[in-house]
Structures are given as C-alpha cells and as structure tokens.
Design a protein around this ligand. Structure first.
Ligand SMILES: [Zn+2]
Length: 363
C-alpha cells in the first residue's frame, strides 16, 4: 500500500509538471492501479508493486524527454528582454549629448572608459562620473582656454586664398595708381572711364587690368577719401618736426562763399622744395583777426605747432600787409621772427608803375 501511495504521489507530481496528454493517460493508469491493488492479495500486491516499480521507472524515463521539452522551451524564456546594462561602460550616445559639450569619446586605452578630448583624460565609471567631470573646474578652465585660443590653421592661409588675396591687392594697387595719376596730372574725372576702356583694350590678357573698375565716381572717392587723407597725415607728421612756411589767399567761389586757401611750403627729406595743399577753410570773418584764427585753428587741428612756422606769403592787400593790424603783424605776436613776404608779382607791378611815373613825359 505504501508503494501504491508513493506511485500516486509521483503521478500527481508529474501531472502538475507536464501538460502532455500521454502524461495524463499514464496518470489515469496509475490511478487505476491502486484500486486493483486494494482488491488483490499480498502476492498480487507484490506483483502490483513490481509493476508499479516498472511503471515508475517508465515514468522516470518518460520524465527525461519532458525535461528536454522543458529545456527546449527555455530558449524562449531566455529571449525575453532581460538585459542587464553595464552602467560603467562607455555609450556612443554620450558623444552627441549636448550636456557633455561634444568632448567625450571612447577611450583608446580601455573600450569601456570614456575619454575627454579636451582634458586628454580617461574617465572611468558611469555617465554620472562623466557629467561630474564636465562640471569640474579643470574642465571648465579648459573650455574657456579653448574659446580664447585661435586655431593654428587660421594663421596659415590656404594657397587658393593667398592667390585670391594677391590678385585683389594687385587690383586695388592699380586703382590707387590710376587715381593718383588723375590727381597728379590734373586729369578730369570725366575722362577716367575713357582712359579705363583704352587700358582694357590695350591689355586684353592682363587679368588685373580687366578687373579694374575705377569709374569716375570711384576714382573721385579714392582721391578724396584715401589719397588725400593719407597725404594729409604724412604732411602733418613732417610739419610737426620741421620748419615750414605757408602761402595764403582769400577767394570767393561760385556760391559766393569766401574761402581761405593754405599751401604749405617746406623742404622734404630729399632736400626738394615742395608746395603742398594744406587746407581750404570757409571764411566767416574776413578781417585780419578772423584769418589769423583760421590759420591757428587749422594748424592746431593737425597737431602742428605754430612755432615751426617760419614765414608767410600773401598778396599785398592792406588786410594782410597792414603795418598796425595786418595779418602779418598779428601772426608776429605768436612767432616774433616770422618772415613776411608780399606778392612779388604785385610788388613788381607797383615798382614798375612808380618807376614809369619818374620818366620824362617826352619819352
Ligand atoms: Zn574635460
């Protein structure tokens, strides 16, 4: 009886483990055996016990394929999404993380470590350690230094850029020379376009000549804003440190505006006497005192000391050559040794006039 109960227990246990129909049939068979064993004698019970043992062995043997079947199902279980993330391993998403600034990459020394390309330092651990490094003072100092550092390739221009830069400089130089020629030779600005067309037709293969775009307006702008400005700066630098004289004259233009022209006369570094335009000033006070103030203001605006003025030339108008309140006398108050020279042509004309009056009337 004990063996029959044992077989029953095994059968019930197998029933719970397996779902196959064969198992259920075996269970039915096992369940039927105790009922027969209960009704049989001891011999029968012994025989039944032997048969039960055989069935139990069969049952055990039948359990083996069941285990295999369960093992075959296991892979389905293993395919379930059961991934254990290694949080200490470098992840490619860190490269694109804006919070990390794009400085993080995989370490060459250890594929599981991160590497800061800015600090040249490996970072071991999870994303938490990487973020902690990015927020560190050392990393922030390197970021600040990188922003203030100019890339080396910016100091070296590419050959194409250098070639284009050279070509542009050549064109600018040619335009400046052309504008200088127009200003020096007193060529009318209206003839600049015609001059440029002739030049382009004469040099059709010259790229610089073909690229010239010095129209009348552009040439005038170059003369006024580039050449005149630079010439005035150089003139002022020379007059600040050397003696010079000025020639002044008053005139009235088409708009009935009185202007005072100032020409500087000096000896340059090559001992050549030069007369250079210094200024054209509007005259609101035509008296000698007003003209003196204009001259003083013109020199002071350019930073030229009045003590460098050696002489002044003007026409023989009384407002200039007056012996009491003339312009020359007023300027002598600032420069006592100032040399005053009237207009030689006017003086010669006066001399000849008075000389002819002394001649006999019969001549
Ligand atoms: Zn760093």
């Amino acid at each position: 009886m004990k063996q029959s109960t044992l077989t029953q227990f095994l059968a019930i246990k197998n029933k719970n483990k397996s779902d196959s129909s064969s198992d259920s049939e075996s269970v039915v068979k096992i369940n039927s055996s105790p009922s027969s064993s209960e009704l049989s004698d001891d011999e029968e019970t012994s025989e039944s016990s032997s048969t039960d043992n055989q069935e139990a062995r069969k049952r055990k043997s039948s359990l083996k394929p069941n285990k295999q079947s369960t093992n075959q199902k296991k892979p389905k279980i293993s395919n379930m999404p059961r991934k254990i993330k290694n949080r200490n391993k470098f992840c490619d998403n860190w490269k694109m993380d804006p919070e990390l600034g794009g400085f993080i990459s995989k370490s060459d020394m250890n594929s599981q470590h991160a590497h800061c390309n800015l600090c040249k330092k490996d970072i071991r651990g999870s994303i938490y350690n990487v973020k902690r490094h990015v927020k560190s003072i050392f990393h922030k100092q390197n970021v600040q230094a990188m922003k203030c550092t100019v890339a080396v390739d910016q100091f070296v221009q590419k050959p194409e850029v250098q070639k284009k830069q050279l070509f542009d400089d050549s064109v600018k130089d040619a335009e400046l020379r052309l504008a200088g020629l127009v200003a020096k030779e007193d060529i009318s600005n209206r003839k600049t376009d015609s001059l440029l067309q002739v030049m382009k037709s004469c040099f059709p293969t010259d790229a610089v000549c073909q690229a010239l775009a010095s129209s009348r307006t552009k040439t005038t702008g170059i003369i006024k804003n580039v050449l005149a400005t630079e010439e005035k700066v150089q003139l002022a630098n020379w007059l600040r440190n050397n003696k010079f004289a000025i020639i002044v004259d008053e005139s009235t233009d088409k708009s009935w505006t009185k202007v005072l022209v100032i020409i500087a006369k000096y000896v340059d570094a090559n001992y050549n006497v030069r007369e250079v335009f210094l200024g054209l000033l509007d005259v609101h006070d035509a008296s000698s005192a007003g003209q003196k103030n204009l001259i003083m203001k013109c020199l002071s605006d350019l930073g030229i000391p009045i003590q460098n003025l050696m002489g002044i030339g003007f026409d023989n108008a009384s407002v200039n050559t007056g012996s009491v309140k003339g312009l020359g006398v007023l300027l002598k108050e600032e420069v006592p040794n100032l040399f005053i020279l009237g207009c030689t042509s006017h003086s010669l004309a006066l001399c000849t006039t008075y000389a002819t009056q002394k001649l006999p009337e019969g001549l």
